[in-house]
Unconditional design. Sequence first.
Length: 160
Amino acid sequence: MTATPAEPVAAAAPVGPLTRGRKNALIAAIILSGLLILGIWLAFLFAGHGVFGLNHHNLNVNKGGKKLDDQKVLDAHRAVGSILQIVSLLVLIAVGIARPGRRLVILTVVLALLIIIAQPLLAGIGADHSWVGGLHVLDAGIILILSFIVHLGLRKVPRA
C-alpha cells in the first residue's frame, strides 16, 4: 500500500476571480492589517508606559487619590485603542469587499469583534475588577496573534 499525497488545500482561496475592485480592496486590507499590527504594538508600549507611570500616583479614592479612569498617564493608550477600533472596522470592510476566502473573512470578523467590543468592555470592567483587567491584556495578546494570522493570510491570496 502506498499513501497518496493529499492535494494541497488553498488556505486563502478567494471566492471567484479578483476583479480590479476586489484586488484593490485586498491590497488595502493588507496595508490596513499591517497598520493594525503596528498600532497594537504601540498600544502595548503606551499601556506599559501608563502602568509604570502610575508608580507614584495615589489611586486610593478613599484617601483623596484619583480613580484609574481619571489618570492622564493612560491617555495615549486609550487614544491608540480608539484608532485601532476604526482601523479594524476598515480592515473588515476591505476584507468584505475583497472576499479572500471564508476562513479569512471569519477571522477578520472575530478580530474586529475582539477589538471593537471585547477590549473596551474588558477595560471598563477591569477598572473595578483586576481579574477582568487581566483578561483585557490577555485579549490584546490574542488580538495581536490573530492580526498576524489575518495579515499573513491576506498576503498569500493570489492577486492574479
